[in-house]
Ligand binder design. Sequence first.
Ligand code: SME
Length: 161
Amino acid sequence: MFDFRPDHAQDKPALYADLLAAADALTTGECDPVANMANVSALLAEYLPALNWAGFYRLIGPELVLGPFMGRPACIRIALGTGVCGTAAAERRTQLVADVHAFPGHIACDAASRSELVVPVVHEERLLAVIDLDSPEPARFDDEDARGIEALAALLAPRIA
Ligand code: SME
């Protein structure tokens, strides 16, 4: 049994340090991408407060396809350049969206979502996936969240390749 206990009283850098350590422990030595994305989705949901969706879209051929996640059922295929995920994938750049209703082309998988953070996962210059976090709170994510999830993406990239 894995028993990771996030301490939600600590500040964000400490919380992300703990999340990364847990993700490292869970994925070290495991080469199955689905298993690793599934466990990291579970960690994201446990460690990060005020989320209604956390998970992965994988680049398969010319589009993003839904991967392991925690949350309500979501749209399955997203074209590159479309919505927040497709924009992060096409530009290979983190998208920090304080108000999803103000993002042109935002795809509303869960009507409760108000803000979103999407981080590309790149390995050896190849885009593998994006990590997508949704929150029912407006402006839930800040630069510390973006840096924390980018560090997680870097750790994970060779383990989901
Ligand atoms: N809102 C995303 C779609 C994925 S769901 O949030 C899970 C987007 O605009 O790309």
